[in-house]
Design a binder for this molecule. Sequence first.
Ligand code: PLP
Length: 478
Amino acid sequence: MDTESFRREARRVADWVADYLRDVELFPVLSPAEPGVVRAALPSQPPPSGEPLDAVLRDLEELLLPATTHWQSPGFMAYFASSGSGPGILGETLAAGLNVNAMLWRTAPAATELEQVTLDWLRQMVGLPEPLFGVINDTASSSTLYALAAAREAQTDLRIRELGMAGRPDLPRLRYYASAEAHSSVEKAGIVLGVGRDGLRRIPVDDRFRMDPVALRRAIREDIAAGIRPFAVVATAGTTSTTSVDPVAAIAGICEQHGLWLHVDAAYGGAAAVAPELRWVLDGAERADSIVLNPHKWLFTPIDCSVLWTRRPEMLRSAFSIVPEYLASNQGTDDDAPNLMDYGTSLGRRMRALKLWMVIRHFGTDGLAARIREHCAMASTVAQWVEHASDFELLAPAPLSVVCLRAHPRGLDDPGTLDTLNQRIVERINTGGRYFLSHTRLRDAYAIRVAFGNVRQEQRHARGVIDALRHSMDDDVG
Ligand SMILES: *Cc1c(COP(=O)(O)O)cnc(C)c1O
């Protein structure tokens, strides 16, 4: 693609994206596609000779768009928001243009140092104290895996890095702890690290879905008495079902007492701390050994961008650093010129800091805080409506931008009937195309989740989803 064709095609693509974002509310948020339609519509073999961009864009519009679920749409209120803002999309484009690979400081000095600077800005924005070393990974699942690998490595006497774990009768069983509401990625990390699903002990939660620190302390003592070696605790600031925030300060005290690595999973909730009045979500996280926060969730940065901070970068390095000869000559040594390949399993890494840096520079701290505040206000609008509606109820507190609720008409108390009623309400809304909602189970009841956090959402979308819930319920009951 020569310079002039690239210039021309790039303009067309930019126009295409601008139009898409302008019109995104016209598409059904949840794609109605059936499994296999895209595969059936596309040629099963690659083109023998090159094709023009026209043909590709036509397929994008005719074949791919109808099978796209529109995360960029303000009607997307399922799971957690993950919306790419204009400056984030431009940052992604520029990063692809430069296409550096930040394995070593030497292979990408600007990308490496920009990552350090941007993550130090973000640290200040959420009110965490220095020193905190940060790296950007693809997802929170990777960040948590790496943090727990460092926690396992911190049990230095076990020499797991050198000797592995299999076939070693000298090893104690290892255990780490997280609440019953912690994310599945916490459990997955245990599978990868060889401690097994049994290596994770789930701690019960209180009536607001927060980890019970008394139960945590008891579990750790029981395990030690049984000859098991505790090595880490994962506290969650913003759980996946209800956005509950564990009592991190109390958990930190227990970790300090027992010498356990504390990892705080703030993948979604950490962003709230950009608004000064919501900074409490990270209370106690200043005592953590590591923290994960995903700018690709609630900070308007296109996926993927997950920040892992640690107060003990040397432990991450001892878990992961291997320097083969072909990379050795360009070794940076000090913390000002880190080699980012040393902090996880990937050697190659994209310049992910650029899009985050551009998002922060575009909105400014105040602009980001204002949007986060608005999203919480939208959740309050929905929560207040639920509290005043005689036939709906809240199923959990809504401290941030997510509301868990269900329809509960008077006199209809059978659990199974309520579950199917609420399931039908969600299905009807999702097939309607304007909104996409997801669900969870709370105390064994089906709960509708309404999640705000999309950069294009306004109060009218909160009022709109309230109307949709009301109508869907009325249509059902007749
Ligand atoms: C979304 C989320 C994750 C997983 O994030 P990925 O980046 O998709 O791996 C983990 N923990 C919490 C609390 C989350 O909200």
